[in-house]
Design a protein around this ligand. Structure first.
Ligand code: SF4
Length: 511
């Protein structure tokens, strides 16, 4: 037993994912893959939002020490010196529980305390409620008299208008006070169990995800099960739920090709199973032709890259609103000529919303279809731009009425291919159509990296060491251009599948 290990909020969170994961995070960090990009970004968002929330308490004293014992001691000293608002106040209990509160405050020395947890979320979920209950328990065990608990979360209805209005950016949810009282003993019990698990280095709890859906596995799964079957298994069936998976596994079915005929499947799942069984693509020619007939020339193949921040950077924008900073458009004319236009906003300190709307107005004419991959996303961006740039609203909303979703033949089963694996992602479809157009050969090959790089070069004070903004902008242009060129190639391929002649005169020459 290692008594020196302190319990943290993260340990309990991991324990609730599963005891084996909590144990691995403490004792086998070598088998835990590095956090993916989106987790790193979320952590960064949390830090930024916490620092903005602190501005509402100008008298606050920051503790901000990593070492639990030092942070706890500094908290005691600050309170002894009369501090009534503390940022990062920490306690380390005699029982080995460490807790750090985002904001701890009271009206006057000697009064009871209020615990505040700040979150970059726009709502309060069960995890946050359990977390603040953990804090209440730990601070109470350390001798604090806690009167109230609050979660301060972002208000998704907020729209920035000039300077940040901190009063309206955040909403305080005090209902967690009653919740924490009601669930006190359950959370306390989780804390005790978590502490036992992380303190026993020799006793690894069993990993029980062998029969669970992929979404329920933690990142250590492959390390615990290196020989687990991969490929076309029942675990790979698109949108499979635990009930259906249990039914298949109970009958000893692991390969998708062996799926029992009496076990229900959704249409998309059925297409996937059939494609695995036959190993061949399926094309419904007539409806595919009808779909292609709806498209009018000139065809504008359009794609946006967007960023979103929890704290809006510019006027008219709300928390996590997706704001386009770049687009690429390939324009296919009726005579087969193909041209390319693009726009990338690189100026810091000013919103990209109006410049991008004006550039679109220049590049997209009044006639013809606008082809996108998943129109819900681009359509919503056009609506938001129309609200932010009202003088171009008619044009922007008009793009939506002209929009054709090129994903539709795949999502509605007009074209099914075994290599799609049930997915409708353009990154799964493109290799079937045009293996010569590869995202992994680009410096920037994924939308999340594109957003990160743009923010580093345009929004942040300075890009990280080794990132040259001009080079990064070139890579961003290449990435976005590939997205729309991919759509052109898929468009061309759909015509071939439907048996419709559609010559694109300069396809091979356009990049
Ligand atoms: S894969 Fe599942 S059971 Fe195994 S450690 Fe991760 S969460 Fe726990």
């Amino acid at each position: 037993m290692r008594q020196s290990i302190h319990l943290t909020q993260t340990d309990v969170l991991n324990y609730r994912t599963c005891p084996a994961y909590a144990w691995a995070m403490r004792h086998r960090p070598d088998i835990v893959p590095p956090d993916p990009e989106h987790v790193l970004r979320r952590d960064d968002d949390e830090r930024r939002v916490e620092s903005v929330a602190r501005r509402r308490f100008p008298e606050g004293v920051a503790i901000d020490l990593d070492d639990p014992a030092e942070a706890s001691r500094a908290t005691e000293l600050a309170i002894a010196a009369g501090a009534c608002v503390l940022f990062g106040a920490s306690v380390l209990t005699a029982g080995g529980v460490y807790a750090r509160a985002d904001i701890l405050h009271r009206d006057a020395p000697g009064a009871d305390w209020t615990l505040i947890e700040v979150t970059a979320s726009t709502s309060v979920d069960a995890e946050l409620r359990r977390n603040i209950t953990y804090l209440r328990i730990a601070f109470t065990q350390a001798g604090f008299s806690i009167r109230r608990a609050e979660v301060h979360h972002l208000d998704k209805r907020y729209r920035r208008n000039g300077h940040l209005d901190l009063q309206h950016l955040f909403r305080a949810d005090g209902s967690v006070t009653a919740w924490s009282e009601e669930h006190w003993s359950a959370v306390e019990s989780d804390m005790e169990s978590s502490l036992r698990v992380i303190r026993d280095a020799d006793q690894r709890p069993a990993c029980g995800c062998r029969s669970k859906t992929r979404g329920r596995r933690c990142p250590t799964f492959n390390a615990f099960h290196p020989a687990f079957p991969a490929g076309d298994t029942v675990f790979d069936l698109v949108s499979i739920n635990q009930k259906r998976l249990d039914e298949a596994l109970t009958r000893g079915v692991v390969r998708l090709a062996d799926w029992p005929s009496d076990l229900k499947l959704s249409p998309r799942q059925r297409w996937q199973v059939d494609a695995v069984r036959t190993g061949a693509e399926r094309v419904r020619r007539d409806p595919l032709r009808q779909f292609l007939d709806t498209v009018q020339f000139p065809c504008y193949f359009l794609d946006y890259e967007t960023y979103q921040t929890p704290v809006p950077l510019f006027g008219g924008v709300g928390p996590y609103q997706q704001v386009p900073f770049q687009y690429s458009v390939h324009i296919l004319h009726e005579d087969g000529e193909l041209e390319h236009r693009e726009f990338l906003w690189t100026e810091s300190g000013r919103s990209s919303m109006r410049p991008i709307a004006e550039a679109l107005r220049r590049d997209i004419g009044d006639d013809g279809s606008v082809l996108v991959w998943w129109k819900g996303f681009e359509g919503r961006r056009n609506q938001e731009m129309a609200e932010a740039v009202p003088d171009l609203a008619d044009f922007l909303l008009g793009l939506n009425t002209r929009m054709v979703d090129l994903m539709e033949p795949v999502s509605t089963g007009l074209w099914v291919h075994p290599d799609f694996g049930g997915s409708t992602s353009i990154k799964k479809v493109l290799p079937v159509v045009a293996p010569d157009l590869a995202y992994d050969e680009l410096e920037i090959g994924h939308g999340s990296v594109a957003t990160l790089r743009w923010k580093q070069c345009v929004v942040d004070d300075s890009p990280p060491h080794g990132i040259d903004p001009q080079e990064a902008f070139d890579h961003l242009r290449a990435y976005c251009r590939l997205d729309t060129l991919a759509m052109v190639r898929i468009w061309d391929h759909l015509h071939a599948l439907a048996g419709v002649d559609q010559r694109i005169a300069t396809l091979s020459g356009v990049s």
